[in-house]
Design a protein around this ligand. Sequence first.
Ligand code: HEC
Ligand code: HEC
Length: 210
Amino acid sequence: MNRALPAIQIISLVALAACTSAGAPTGATPAPAAADVQAGARIYAECAGCHGPAAEGTANGQVPALAGQHFTVIVKQLRDYREGERWDARMESIMAEHRFGDDAQIRKVAAYLASLKRPPAGGGSGEGAERGEAVYAKACASCHGARGQGSGARVVPRLAGQQYMYLRRQIHDAVDGRRPNFPVDHIALLAPLDADEIDGLAEFLSELEP
Ligand code: HEC
Ligand code: HEC
């Protein structure tokens, strides 16, 4: 095997380093390539009209927050839209455009987004968080982390601080077959949840510090 680490592995170490402030194990890790982050910021100008100037997403559940999401997760989702493995007309058409045909642009914009910080989005009714926390601890924390931080190395999305309505919609979309890139066993895990549990999970997660 080539001794040089593929870029994706190097950057996933960086994504892990971003978790250290949230209590993940510490260790010396390289900083993201500043040039990629800067180039990514320029690319992001094309995305900000929908995702917001600070990549905070929208409260109506349509557009997710991206700031602070793991590099590896963003790269995977963007490739999935490009390859028709995740459906959304807006994202599919952007990723189908010529300049996203290879992964270089995707990596840059992902490096930029992973470097951003934002406050929790919130947006729930204020009634379900306790119930959501209990379900989360039992069924979700083993992968998504005790505080919803996810894992760059394991390509598990950070859910902490995501928009409430978006989280709710993704869970329903996954169960109803509208998100084909969702692993089948993940859908099986979400399918038994009732509407109150889904609301509670979304509320609990949207309030956590990303
Ligand atoms: C026209 C509006 C629009 C533009 C422009 C746009 N997006 Fe999106 N984006 C969306 C919507 C809507 C979704 C949620 C789609 C879904 O439900 O799958 C989304 C989802 C995503 C996701 C998945 C996030 C997750 O948590 O799984 C990523 C990553 C993303 N966009 C990155 C980008 C990047 C990078 C750009 C610029 C190159 C961009 N988007 C431009 C509307 C837009
Ligand atoms: C076995 C590990 C595992 C467990 C357990 C798990 N997840 Fe996930 N989850 C993942 C992975 C991996 C993805 C990314 C799937 C993909 O590539 O689209 C994901 C994606 C998601 C997303 C989409 C995030 C986004 O940004 O669009 C939501 C929401 C979610 N999970 C909620 C939950 C909830 C709620 C539970 C508990 C009921 C749970 N997950 C349990 C591994 C897991």
